[in-house]
Design a protein around this ligand. Structure first.
Ligand SMILES: [Zn+2]
Ligand SMILES: [Zn+2]
Ligand SMILES: [Zn+2]
Length: 173
């Protein structure tokens, strides 16, 4: 596998793996990103980020709420939405608009626009950061006199493991 490809920020999960390492790696990067931008990763924000990193699948805000509500009495919806807003503003999570769900960012300290590959069968998401592609979009937009405010590219398809696996899991309803 080509690990020198810097345009891939987050791969599809490779079958069974030590996901605890993914989570601890993400938490360490989150601490660094917050320290670098002078923001505070409070216990609640940290826990919300952990829940988003619960798997490699996008997570909806109400799923975070459901788990958090069992853990702490004061996990009111606005608290969770504010925590998700914070995590987005630091670049620790991205919102996938087409799914109305969140995924953890693989490289929060690297400035990039969101480019996502979304598997329509298992729901897994990979993240790309191709600066050339982002620039082309901006240049074409400029030619139309369009000022880009937020650039997110979402591409739907089927991931390698779903294409090769004999067992096809249906999409979630
Ligand atoms: Zn993992
Ligand atoms: Zn990212
Ligand atoms: Zn898949």
């Amino acid at each position: 596998m080509n690990t020198a490809d810097h345009t891939v920020l987050r791969r599809f999960a490779n079958g069974v793996h030590d996901h605890g390492r993914c989570v601890s790696g993400a938490m360490a990067k989150a601490e660094l990103a917050c320290a670098a931008s002078g923001r505070r990763l409070t216990p609640l924000r940290r826990r919300v980020l952990e829940l988003v990193w619960g798997s490699h699948l996008p997570v909806k805000a109400y799923d975070v709420l459901a788990i958090l509500g069992q853990e702490r009495a004061q996990a009111a919806p606005p608290t969770v939405y504010r925590a998700l807003d914070f995590l987005q503003s630091v670049g620790l999570v991205h919102r996938i608009a087409s799914l109305n769900a969140f995924v953890g960012c693989g490289e929060p300290q690297r400035g990039h626009v969101g480019q996502f590959l979304i598997c329509t069968q298992c729901g897994a998401v990979a993240e790309l950061a191709d600066p050339a592609l982002a620039q082309r979009v901006r240049r074409s937009a400029e030619r139309l006199g369009f000022a880009v405010q937020r650039e997110t590219i979402e591409v739907e398809g089927v991931c390698r493991s779903c294409r090769t696996s004999p067992v096809v899991l249906g999409p979630s309803p």
